[in-house]
Design a protein around this ligand. Structure first.
Ligand code: SAM
Length: 259
């Protein structure tokens, strides 16, 4: 019998799988309390003749939309829905061009839509039609809606993106910590089916949750395992310090440092 995953690594309260989430999720032994994820989608920016920097520099990126391996939105919700407990929240990140189609796909997959959240990155992506400085997160639920821990938090959260990171779309751990702390309990199981740099897993473990991540690309999987090891070795000091800074900057008082 062939395994649903290529590799599996257990690090503290985190389990990382290398493989395709569509194959791995149905095999998980325990249903998750929360999904917080940033799926891969086609990224185009800049338009013809525009020169962009960073990961969109023409030497690194052909503007055809495939910064990483992508999956159609319609293929994502079913395995995620089935991998969650009866009553659970899901946070699914997207950008302005994909907001509508991702919402349609996840609602068609059984999720209900609470709210569209905004991540203000501060820094801008240079492009000809407005300077893009934000990304979006669908805040969804399955089953009975649960209350978030701090209902006083605004729908906009501002914090800087990681700089010069090895993953092209690494998210800040503080952003993922917000979702984890709002919608899961101590000891709960957090799922990120598109783990990338493991930001969600690291945020979950830093605040006393267990986490499962799935990553398709072998290099990202290896580096994500290293990142989780490093976060444990550091006692999550950097994650906690960043969260305390960012939550105060966003006037979030109800979600204390939980570790
Ligand atoms: C937008 S990135 C996630 C970034 C992550 N939130 C972080 O902070 O680093 C999406 C990730 O999903 C991975 N991926 C793409 N298709 C996948 C699949 N079918 N199953 C699992 N992972 C997949 C990509 O390799 C990529 O690392």
């Amino acid at each position: 019998m062939t395994s649903a995953w290529v590799a599996k690594e257990v690090i503290g309260d985190c389990i990382l799988y290398e493989g395709d989430m569509r194959a791995v999720l149905p095999e998980l032994a325990e249903k998750a309390d929360l999904c917080a994820t940033d799926p891969p989608y086609r990224l185009t920016s800049g338009g013809r003749g525009q020169t962009m920097g960073g990961k969109f520099h023409p030497d690194r990126y052909d503007n055809k939309g495939d910064l990483m391996q992508v999956l159609p939105w319609a293929k994502m919700p079913a395995p995620i829905f089935a991998a969650l407990k009866e009553d659970a929240d899901a946070y699914v990140m997207t950008n302005s061009k994909h907001v509508a189609r991702s919402q349609i796909a996840f609602e068609a997959g059984g999720f209900k839509h609470h709210e569209l959240l905004t991540w203000d990155k501060g820094a801008v992506t240079r492009q000809p039609f407005y300077l893009r400085c934000q990304e979006f997160t669908h805040y969804l639920w399955k089953g009975r809606a649960r209350h978030i821990a701090d209902g006083g938090a605004k729908t906009r959260f501002a914090c800087a993106a990681p700089k010069n990171h090895w993953h092209p779309t690494a998210k800040p751990t503080s952003l993922m910590a917000l979702y984890v702390l709002q919608s899961s309990d101590l000891g709960g199981l957090v799922l990120d089916p598109f783990a990338g740099s493991a930001a969600t897993l690291i945020a979950a473990a830093a605040f006393g949750r267990r986490a499962i991540g799935v990553e398709l690309k072998p290099r990202f999987f290896d580096l994500a395992c290293e990142a989780v090891h490093a976060a444990y070795a550091d006692g999550f000091a950097q994650v906690h310090a960043a969260w305390d800074r960012d939550r105060l900057a966003n006037n979030i008082r109800g979600l204390a440092h939980a570790a």
